[in-house]
Design a protein around this ligand. Structure first.
Ligand code: HEC
Ligand code: HEC
Length: 420
């Protein structure tokens, strides 16, 4: 059947529409619908997630319409109309960690190509360029302090301070470089030993990833993470208990795990929900301290020593003990042997110059120290893991002096003080 007259007119009128404008308009809109909107609806994490565990995501920058999206990006200075390839949003998308995963690289390329093509098309469309929005809704939905707290580099830093710093206690069995000798012993096959080699030598970020992927960090119930319950002696552990429940190490492990779970579960939405870091920064030394003649009745009680350093005044005259401890150590007492022993952690107030200078395995200088000894005689840390031993548990003080070598053969040996 031949087309009727009105249909013909409609067809020709479509054909004579100003083609340039029409194509640009269609292209930008089509691109937006075909390549940008799906990013908004995608169930997979965006490339941002490789560094921003929560708080900000590429989706935060995509509005319901292209006009709204463009106007908000333009107003926020994230698109550069004169030099589209210099758009800040494209720079955000191009950020990548030192070792990106292949999946995130593919996602990143897809996002970059999509946004670059759309931005180029959109700036050719005067209607889109001139679009207005009164919404400043685009961008992170949480305060910037939360965005910063949820960043991977901050999280790795916290992992290093709270967990990685203790890896010396785990490496002999869990580092593939050090545990080969376990193969064939006690019936352990190579597969058995490989299966528990979650420690990636010299790479805390990869170790964290490995612990998460192997299910040893439980983000639903962080206190039940095997990386905590096994060495804390709360569940069966091939390596036995490695630290006491309620000890500094236990607190550090839990501080990291609880915070990490809150970040990945998007629990932080306000700045006042963020945890405050502890006042002291600590780094393990390789020095050991032993206290002998500890009363046998304190068997298995948690003992903490804080070490204050003698600060000599200028000109030889007088001096004082440091205001905050230079070192600390914590372990249960071996009552039957009447002794207590532990590796020592060097400490300094967070943000101080000395804190910045603390380095792993760097020994405390030899010289004069005051050891303040706290004993948890009531087992308060066992019932409340967050309990901090304080004045109520102060058992006594001892001074010591002289050189202090690394290692435990011999450790620095001091005598238990008379009780206060
Ligand atoms: C390679 C890691 C990495 C990736 C991937 C990454 N960012 Fe960031 N982002 C950072 C770092 C580091 C900072 C803070 C320091 C800076 O701005 O250089 C930051 C800061 C930000 C800020 C500013 C917040 C502030 O602290 O002022 C925003 C917003 C942001 N990123 C959004 C994004 C978006 C959106 C994506 C994905 C398209 C993304 N980032 C991808 C590492 C990354
Ligand atoms: C003397 C050897 C030894 C030491 C030291 C040791 N472990 Fe273990 N660990 C084992 C053995 C053996 C297993 C396997 C049996 C089991 O699951 O308990 C294991 C299992 C684990 C697992 C489960 C691994 C998996 O994927 O199944 C975690 C997590 C763990 N240990 C954490 C630690 C932490 C943290 C430390 C240091 C604070 C530590 N271990 C120190 C021997 C050790």
């Amino acid at each position: 059947m031949a087309p009727t007259l009105p249909r013909l007119i409609l067809l020709t009128s479509l054909l004579v529409m100003p083609i340039g404008v029409c194509r640009a308009e269609e292209d930008a809109l089509a691109l937006f619908k075909r390549r940008i909107t799906p990013l908004l609806r995608s169930p997979n994490p965006s490339s941002c997630a490789e560094c921003h565990l929560s708080g900000v995501d590429l989706r935060n920058y995509i509005g319901e319409t292209q006009e709204e999206t463009f106007a908000a990006l333009r107003d926020a200075g994230l698109v550069d109309i004169k030099q589209p390839d210099n758009s800040k949003l494209l720079a955000f998308i191009q950020r990548k960690p030192e070792k990106p995963t292949p999946v995130s690289e593919a996602v990143r390329k897809q996002e970059y190509d999509a946004f670059r093509a759309w931005i180029h098309a959109a700036i050719k469309d005067p209607r889109v360029v001139a679009a207005k929005t009164d919404s400043d809704q685009l961008g992170p939905a949480v305060p910037l302090t939360v965005v910063r707290h949820s960043r991977m580099d901050r999280i790795v830093e916290s992992f290093v301070e709270n967990i990685w710093s203790e890896m010396g206690r785990c490496a002999s069995c869990h580092s593939p470089e050090l545990n080969r000798g376990k193969i064939g012993r006690n019936g352990h096959t190579k597969e058995d030993v490989d299966a528990i080699s979650w420690l990636v030598p010299r790479d805390p970020a990869a170790t964290l990833r490995q612990l998460v992927e192997s299910g040893n960090i439980d983000t639903d119930a962080p206190d039940e993470s095997p990386v905590l319950t096994k060495p804390a002696g709360l569940t069966e552990h091939g390596g036995g208990p490695k630290f006491a429940v309620g000890s500094r190490t236990d607190k550090n492990f839990r501080r990291f795990l609880v915070d990490y779970a809150a970040v990945v579960n998007d629990k932080y939405v306000r700045a006042d929900q963020l945890p405050t870091p502890p006042k002291l920064r600590g780094v393990m030394t390789k020095q050991h301290l032993r206290i002998v003649d500890v009363p046998e009745q304190f068997h298995r009680k948690l003992l903490r020593v804080d070490l204050y350093r003698w600060i000599q005044a200028d000109g030889e005259q007088g001096g004082r003990w440091s205001e905050s401890p230079w070192g600390t150590a914590e372990n249960p007492i071996a009552g039957k042997r009447q002794l207590w022993q532990s590796m020592v952690t060097a400490t300094a107030p967070r943000g101080s110059r000395r804190a910045a200078e603390l380095k792993p395995e760097q020994p405390l200088p030899g010289g004069r120290y005051l050891a303040k000894i706290y004993i948890d005689q009531q087992d308060r840390t066992k019932t409340d893991r967050d309990y901090e031993l304080g004045e109520a548990e102060l058992y006594g003080e001892v001074e010591f002096d002289g050189p202090w070598a690394e290692g435990y053969q011999p450790p620095k040996i001091i005598h238990a003080p008379q009780p206060k």
